[in-house]
Ligand binder design. Structure first.
Ligand code: HEM
Length: 540
C-alpha cells in the first residue's frame, strides 16, 4: 500500500502498569499473546482508568493521570495562515517528502512518542505515533470498518469521475480509497476467496516459472562486467507485473517481451503511467482538484485502461467457467463467489497496490543481500537442502525459515511502507491525549523498527532474530510491514509467495555483489534504494 509520512514526539502520562511492562515483549508465534490480550479487558487498573475519564474510547486504560487535551500534544508549531505546510515548501522549509524518514527520526528525538503535525493545508491534522503499545491498542480497538487515509485522487476517480461504473451495483467500489459499509461488504466478499487456505499456494509452480524467466532475463541484460543495467528496478517491476498478472488475471502478460501495441503492452504502459503520476498527485499540491491538469488526465486514462483490461479478462474467465463448469483460478473463484464486477474491481485494486510494493521489496532485499555474502550462503544451503534439485512445489517454502527471516529483517529495517495509518472514526486516547475523531494517525514503523527500544542491536542486520529457535523477544506491533487487523494487506500471502520464490531462485542462480557507491533510501513513494541498482550477478 501507498506509504504515508510519519514523525513523532511526546513523553506521556504514567501509563501502562499493565500494558507496557507485561505485554511489551512478545515473541512471534507466542501463545502468551492471547493470554496477555485478555488482560486488557479484565485488569482492574484498566477498568479504573476507563471509569475515571470521560473518554469515549472503550479501549482506554491509562492509569492515574487525567487525559490531556489535543491542544497539548507536542509538535512543530503551525504559523498563522501558513500552518505547517511551509515546512514542506522547497527553499523555505526544511522538510522534504522524499526524506520524511529522517524527519520522523528527528521529530521522535525532539518531541517524544507522539507528535502532532497540524495545519497542513488541505489535509486533516496528523498524529505520528512511535509507541508500539499505543499502536497495538489503537489497532485492537478498531471498529468494524477502519478508515485508512489513502489516495484522494483515486477516491475522486472512483466516487466522482467514474461513479457510474463503481456505484452501478451496491458495494462494488473495491477496497482502495473506499471506506465504511461499502468497504466492509466488498472486503468480506474478496477476503473469503483471496485469504482462503491454499489461495496463494496454488500459484507456487506458475510463480516459480515467472521467477525462472526473470533469472534468465538477467543473463541477457547484464553487461560485460556482469552488472545489471541502470534501469534494473524497471526489470523488477516487469517481474512483479508478470507475477500479478498470473494471480489477478489468470494470464501470462508477457511483460519481459511484450510487443508494441499488444494488450499486455498497453497494460504495462498504463501501470507505469499510474505509478509515475500517483506519487506526484498525492504528495504535491493537489492542483488537479481545481482543474484537470495534464498529469491528472494521463492518470485517469491509465486507470481507464487498467480497468478495461481487467474487465476483458473477467469476460474470458466467465466463458471458461461456463465451458468447464468449475473454477480453476483466483479470478474464476472470485467471479463465481462474488460476481463479475467485484472480480474486475478486485483485480484493479490489486494492480494499483500490489506491483510497486512487491518490486520495491525485492529491489531492497537484493541490494541488502549484496553486501552480506554470509547471509546468501546460508540461504543457498537452506534452499539446496529443501529442494534437492527438484522444481519448487507447494510447501517447499516452509522448509526455508532462514530465507523468510531474511525478508522480515529487510522489511523491519527498510519497510516498503514506512508508516501505516488510520483516520480515527471516534475520539480516542493515545499516549494520554484525547485525539479527536477525524485525525489521521500514522504509526511510525520505520522509526520503531529501527529503534533500540524495540529491537536489540537494531542497527545490526540479523535474520536470526526472527527464527523461532533463536528468536529474541520483540514487540509484535513494532514492525508490521503488511499492516494489521481488518484492513491488513489483502495480498500478503501472494506477495510473500512471489518474494520468497524470486529470492530463492536468484540465490540458486547467482552470487549477488554490489561494487558501486552505497545507495541511500528515499520515499519514491515507496521506501526505495535511491539510484541505479547495478548489482553484479555472478553465476554460481
Ligand atoms: C511487499 C509487498 C507488499 C507490502 C509491503 C504491502 C503492504 C500493505 C500495507 C501496509 C497495507 C495497509 C494495511 C493496513 O492498513 O493495515 C496494504 C493493503 C493492501 N494490500 Fe498490500 N502490500 C504488499 C503487496 C500486495 C500485493 C501483492 C497485493 C495484491 C495481490 C496487495 C493488496 C493489498 C490490498 C488490496 C490492500 C488494501 C486492503 C484494504 O484496505 O482492505 N498488497 N498492503
Amino acid at each position: 500500500m501507498r506509504g504515508t509520512a510519519v514523525m513523532w514526539p511526546l513523553r506521556t502520562v504514567n501509563r501502562s502498569i499493565c500494558t507496557t511492562a507485561s505485554r511489551q515483549q512478545v515473541s512471534e508465534g507466542s501463545k502468551e499473546m492471547g493470554a496477555k490480550n485478555s488482560m486488557l479487558s479484565t485488569c482492574p487498573v484498566h477498568i479504573q482508568r476507563a471509569r475515571s475519564t470521560h473518554v469515549v474510547d472503550a479501549t482506554a486504560f491509562e492509569v492515574s493521570s487525567p487525559v490531556k487535551p489535543w491542544e497539548d500534544v507536542p509538535g512543530p508549531k503551525p504559523l498563522p495562515l501558513l500552518g505547517n505546510t511551509w515546512r514542506f515548501t522547497p527553499y523555505i522549509g526544511s522538510y522534504s517528502v522524499e526524506h520524511i524518514d529522517r524527519i520522523c527520526v528527528s521529530l521522535r528525538a525532539k518531541y517524544g512518542k507522539c507528535v502532532k503535525m497540524a495545519g497542513l493545508l488541505g489535509r486533516p491534522d496528523m498524529l505520528f505515533v512511535f509507541d508500539a503499545n499505543e499502536v497495538e491498542r489503537v489497532f485492537r480497538g478498531e471498529d468494524a470498518a477502519p478508515h485508512r487515509p489513502s489516495m484522494p485522487s483515486l477516491n475522486y476517480y472512483k466516487h466522482t469521475l467514474r461513479k457510474d461504473f463503481f456505484s452501478a451495483e451496491e458495494n462494488c467500489a473495491g477496497v482502495i480509497a473506499v471506506h465504511g459499509d461499502s468497504w466492509s461488504a466488498f472486503r468480506t466478499k474478496v477476503s473469503r476467496v483471496a485469504l482462503s487456505a491454499g489461495a496463494a499456494a496454488q500459484y507456487t509452480a506458475p510463480v516459480a516459472e515467472v521467477a525462472d524467466c526473470f533469472v534468465e532475463r538477467i543473463r541477457k541484460i547484464r553487461d560485460e562486467n556482469m552488472e545489471t543495467p541502470e534501469d534494473f528496478l524497471n526489470e523488477i517491476h516487469k517481474w512483479s507485473l508478470e507475477s500479478l498478472g498470473l494471480i489477478a488475471l489468470d494470464t501470462r502478460l508477457g511483460c519481459f517481451e511484450a510487443c508494441e501495441g499488444s494488450e499486455s503492452q498497453r497494460l504495462i504502459d498504463a501501470v507505469k503511467t499510474f505509478f509515475l503520476c500517483v506519487g506526484e498527485l498525492e504528495l504535491r499540491a493537489p492542483w488537479w482538484r481545481l482543474y484537470p491538469t495534464a498529469m491528472f488526465r494521463r492518470y485517469v486514462a491509465a486507470l481507464d485502461t487498467i480497468l478495461s483490461v481487467t474487465l476483458r479478462h473477467v469476460d474470458k474467465a466467465l466463458e471458461e467457467i461456463k465451458l468447464n463448469g468449475s473454477s480453476k483460478s483466483l479470478l474464476q473463484d472470485l467471479v463465481t463467489a462474488a460476481g463479475a464486477r467485484v472480480a474486475a474491481v478486485a483485480a484493479l485494486d490489486m494492480f494499483l497496490v500490489g506491483i510497486d510494493t512487491t518490486s520495491t521489496a525485492v529491489a531492497s532485499i537484493l541490494y541488502q543481500l549484496s553486501s552480506r555474502p554470509h547471509v546468501q550462503e546460508k540461504i543457498y544451503e537452506e534452499v539446496t537442502k529443501a529442494l534437492q534439485g527438484r522444481p519448487m512445489s507447494p510447501g517447499d517454502l516452509n522448509q526455508m525459515p532462514y530465507l523468510k527471516a531474511t525478508v522480515k529483517e529487510v522489511l523491519r529495517m527498510y519497510p516498503v511502507v514506512i508508516g501505516n495509518g488510520r483516520q480515527l472514526t471516534k475520539d480516542t486516547v493515545i499516549c494520554g491525549y484525547n485525539i479527536p475523531k477525524g485525525t489521521q494517525v500514522i504509526f511510525q514503523h520505520y522509526v520503531m523498527g529501527n529503534s533500540e527500544e524495540y529491537f536489540k542491536d537494531a542497527s545490526q542486520f540479523r535474520p536470526e532474530r526472527w527464527l523461532k529457535r533463536t528468536a529474541q523477544r520483540h514487540h509484535a506491533f513494532a514492525s508490521l510491514p503488511f499492516g494489521y487487523g481488518k484492513r491488513m494487506c489483502l495480498g500478503r500471502r501472494f506477495a510473500e509467495l512471489e518474494i520468497h520464490t524470486v529470492i530463492c531462485k536468484m540465490i540458486q542462480a547467482y552470487k549477488i555483489e554490489y561494487r558501486r557507491e552505497p545507495l541511500e533510501y528515499h520515499i519514491h513513494p515507496m521506501y526505495t534504494p535511491n539510484g541505479p541498482i547495478r548489482l553484479r550477478l555472478v553465476e554460481r
